[in-house]
Design a protein around this ligand. Structure first.
Ligand code: BGC
Length: 419
């Protein structure tokens, strides 16, 4: 090798090293842990990812399937324990408080102040976005869990009105049975059992009872006659499921309604994303209504992005992501796909479909009327340990492993030992 070749090679290597260095300096990325793995959810993630990529931020995906986020929180624990937290994490209510308490989350106050988050995020959500008066999370939406999704063709064939209470619901489900379809599609996973159960609690007992039992954990409410009725309804409702319900994912369950194999499903409004993703139109192909007996009441949960303490090199991308999540135009683009409504209160409903408009209006009214409460199944009523204790009892009862008497005895006990 001549001296000239060696010099040329060395220069070349230096050039490559230099350009790699430049690329590193320019490349900003966020690693995002979330549980949006269903078709409609993935479409919504796509909106966020594209938005950030438009700002030159690379998206590094860390999806952990499992509604209500239990599996995602387990994965997060492993990452934080090993000293390598993701940049941003999708999180619900009480889990946010728990992580904040450990002192591992980043402070977003400066950005929040600059962008006036205090003025546009409702108090019920700020309750979870802030810790010790510091903003620690950027809320991207508000979901609600007390919805019923009905196949429109089956509903038309039934020919009745939208059911307004449990009796009318049974009348409609009986009609679906006569049509030869599965009356009620249900996915038997603890978080889905819990989502159905909390809607029944609200329907049977009303908002005051929900608050007494679920928010105040009043022992008498948890084990008395109204709760007995709730569990009896759960048994009755399970008689309308198909025999393969155990363990089925929520989106596969929604697909049964979409395809007309089943008549209806109780589920949070992320189910709407599945209908939209299958090109279905509200009012034409499916009906969205409040779970019978819960009209005017809203059980909410809000997906927030919690930013973790990461190195200074990642801080800029992290703040850009928080700012992008809070951008009004983004909240419209994201939530029209996700099935949720914006977390911000200063957004017009024009771009939203009929279910979205209804969701936005009812959320505002419920906040005004005191008929808004956090969803237990989705982390906004109690810390995870209590939520999981309730899931245990509800799931065992729904699967026929324990009787209603046993469920009533075990519910307050399980909650007490989880506290
Ligand atoms: C989240 C939704 C998600 C749903 C099902 C809920 O806890 O808030 O964003 O779509 O779980 O995965």
């Amino acid at each position: 090798m001549t001296i000239r070749t060696i010099t040329r090679l060395a220069a070349g290597t230096a050039l490559v090293a230099l350009s790699v260095g430049v690329a590193h300096a320019q490349e900003e990325s966020v690693e995002v842990l979330h549980w949006w793995t269903a078709g409609g959810e993935a479409a919504a993630v796509g909106v966020l990812k594209e938005n950030l990529e438009g700002e030159g931020i690379t998206w590094s995906d860390m999806p952990v399937a499992g509604g209500s986020g239990q599996a995602a929180m387990t994965a997060l624990r492993a990452r934080v324990t090993s000293g390598d937290p993701p940049t941003a994490v999708q999180m619900l209510g009480y889990d946010i408080k728990d992580w904040a308490e450990l002192g591992v989350v980043a402070n977003l106050n400066e950005l929040a102040e600059e962008e006036g988050w205090d003025e546009v995020i409702p108090a019920a959500i700020q309750e979870f976005s802030k810790y010790d008066d510091q903003w620690i999370a950027a809320p991207v939406n508000v979901h609600s869990t007390n919805w019923l999704w009905i196949n429109k063709a089956a509903f038309d064939e039934y020919g009745g009105e939208e059911p307004q209470d449990m009796d009318e619901l049974y009348t409609m489900l009986d009609a679906f049975e006569e049509q030869g379809i599965i009356p009620l599609a249900h996915g038997g996973q603890p978080w889905q059992d819990g989502t159905l159960w909390e809607a029944v609690v609200l329907s049977v007992g009303g908002m005051d009872f929900y608050k007494q039992a679920i928010i105040d954990l009043d022992e008498e409410a948890l084990s008395g006659d109204t709760m007995r009725e709730v569990f009896d309804h759960m048994t009755k409702l399970s008689g309308y499921f198909d025999e393969n319900f155990t363990g089925r994912d929520f989106n596969l369950t929604t697909a049964m309604v979409i395809e007309g194999e089943a008549g209806a499903q109780e589920m949070g409004d992320w189910a709407k994303a599945e209908f939209l993703n299958a090109d279905q139109v509200p009012g034409e192909d499916f009906v969205c209504m409040r779970f019978p007996g819960t009209q005017g009441d809203v059980l909410f949960n809000s997906d927030q992005f919690v930013m973790f303490e990461v190195g200074e090199d990642k801080r800029d991308a992290q703040l850009k992501m928080a700012s992008a999540v809070m951008d009004p135009a983004f909240q419209v683009a994201f939530n029209t796909v996700k099935g949720s409504v914006p977390a911000r209160t200063d957004i017009e409903d024009t771009e939203f479909d009929d279910c979205g408009k209804k969701g936005m209006q009812e959320l505002a009214e419920a906040a005004e009327n005191g008929t808004l409460a956090g969803s237990l199944a989705h982390g906004h009523a109690q810390p995870s340990a209590v939520k999981e204790a309730v899931f245990d009892v509800v799931t065992q009862h729904l699967n026929g492993q324990i009787s209603t008497d046993e469920a009533l005895e075990q519910l307050p006990q399980a909650i007490a030992s989880a506290q």
